[in-house]
Design a protein around this ligand. Structure first.
Ligand SMILES: C[S@@+](CC[C@H](N)C(=O)[O-])C[C@H]1O[C@@H](n2cnc3c(N)ncnc32)[C@H](O)[C@@H]1O
Length: 199
């Protein structure tokens, strides 16, 4: 028997957003190690690679094996480029990513799915674990309004609902909250630097 598909497998927000505005505000830079968490078929993953060239790294994780296959196939089309590390993994389990290794984690239209599955707390704790001190979590979420496109309003997360999940993990909002067109918004959170402890 086939295992059930993860929530929203096969869907992407990339065609719904103002991509110019997104790439303008995303705090990505050359040399960064970036995690695309719940990457789907990689619509954000491949352009992320362009942004971290020439010596950055991109890690793409999704529970949807078919999506990860598509990312792998697309990444192989450019063999001379920096590799994209791919994992079929559950965001709500221990991520196959080293602690304190990620400069920027992107979660594009997945946090509400995790919240609906009651697995958001575990997933966000994992994000906090893998981020470097002062690392960044960037989110794209659906504006809390009636769709379509997107999930029912009751499932969507407002900025406040996102922020209260992140504050206890030491992830503090910075920068502007930006509407990426009529359907989605974008916000970024920075991990508080951990204290160096007594000397
Ligand atoms: C709406 S899609 C967004 C995909 C991608 N971020 C994009 O916008 O192009 C949500 C993604 O979350 C993935 N997903 C859902 N639950 C997950 C989980 N527990 N762990 C990892 N991925 C999950 C789905 O397989 C799907 O690819």
């Amino acid at each position: 028997m086939n295992s059930p598909q993860p929530t929203a497998a096969g869907k992407s927000s990339y065609d719904l957003i103002d991509t110019d505005r997104f790439w303008e505000v995303l705090a990505v830079a050359p040399g960064m190690t970036v995690l695309d968490l719940a990457c789907g078929s990689g619509r954000y993953t491949l352009p992320l690679r362009d942004k971290v060239r020439p010596d950055g790294r991109v890690i793409a994780v999704d529970l949807w094996a078919e999506g990860i296959e598509q990312v792998r196939a697309a990444a192989q089309n450019s063999p001379h480029d920096i590799p994209i590390e791919t994992h079929v993994a559950d965001a709500a389990e221990t991520l196959p990513v080293a602690s304190g290794s990620i400069d920027l984690c992107l979660m594009a239209t997945v946090l509400h799915d995790l919240a609906e599955d009651d697995s958001d707390a575990k997933a966000l704790a994992e994000v906090a674990r893998v981020l470097k001190p002062a690392g960044i979590l960037s989110i794209v979420e659906f504006i809390k309004q009636d769709g379509p496109p997107g999930p029912p309003k009751a499932v969507r997360l407002s900025l406040q609902e996102v922020s209260i999940r992140l504050l206890p993990l030491g992830l503090i909002r910075f920068g502007a909250v930006v509407e990426l067109g009529p359907h989605t918004y974008f916000a970024q959170f920075r991990a508080l630097r951990r204290s160096a402890g007594p000397r």
